[in-house]
Design a binder for this molecule. Structure first.
Ligand SMILES: [Zn+2]
Length: 197
């Protein structure tokens, strides 16, 4: 099997898996009920959402641990963490990554119910395979187009956050911050804060 066949197969399997997953979304109603979680005596600064990409786990956790200016913080032991392919896309997708969105919002409810998280911090990255799958049939998106799609998902996430917060009893005014790694192959550069979302 040549390389391109291999990649094509992988890509199609990925999309197929995601679609197959969409049919198994029916969770028991109780799984969503925030009041069934045992509340802990902990208040955390944030729930952080990042992509699964292999280049980024340690850099992303370091960025969340780093309270210096230009980093998202909120600092060590101050946040809960979710990693899902696409980050912002995993919270907003209504098609390919719909099961991820259901999973993310359940985790959001858990983070609120257990640890009263005060904020949502979303960390995307460029050259994201999940964006290629959702928006370009798995092929690499042009840089500017991909960046605009990240901002589009972030705006959408900000728009739907109040209704998801309300659903789990969290404040509808919960703040959200958006960050992105513009050069994921060189994570010595800190992520960029997108303050215009
Ligand atoms: Zn990614």
């Amino acid at each position: 099997m040549c390389n391109s066949d291999h990649h094509g197969f992988t890509r199609r399997s990925f999309a197929g898996l995601a679609l197959a997953g969409a049919t198994s979304l029916a969770l028991p109603r109780d799984a969503w009920a925030a009041d069934t979680w045992r509340k802990e005596d902990v208040v955390l600064d944030a729930l952080c959402l990042m992509c699964i990409d292999y280049r980024l786990p340690s850099a992303s956790v370091s960025a969340f641990d780093n309270v210096a200016g230009g980093y998202p913080g909120p600092g060590p032991r101050k946040f809960d963490l979710v990693a899902l392919a696409g980050a912002s896309l995993a919270a907003t997708s209504e098609t390919t990554f719909l099961p991820s969105a259901a999973g993310f919002w359940q985790q959001f409810g858990a983070a609120w119910a257990l640890h009263s998280v005060q904020k949502l911090i979303v960390l995307d990255h460029m050259e994201c395979g999940a964006f290629n799958v959702q928006f370009n049939n798995g092929d690499k998106l042009p840089y500017d187009r991909e960046l605009e799609l990240h901002k589009q998902q972030m705006r959408r996430l900000k728009q739907i956050l109040p209704q998801h917060a309300r659903a789990v009893g969290a404040p509808e005014t919960m703040p959200v911050e958006f960050w992105i790694y513009l050069t994921p192959d060189d994570v010595t550069h800190p992520p960029t804060h997108l303050d215009d979302i």
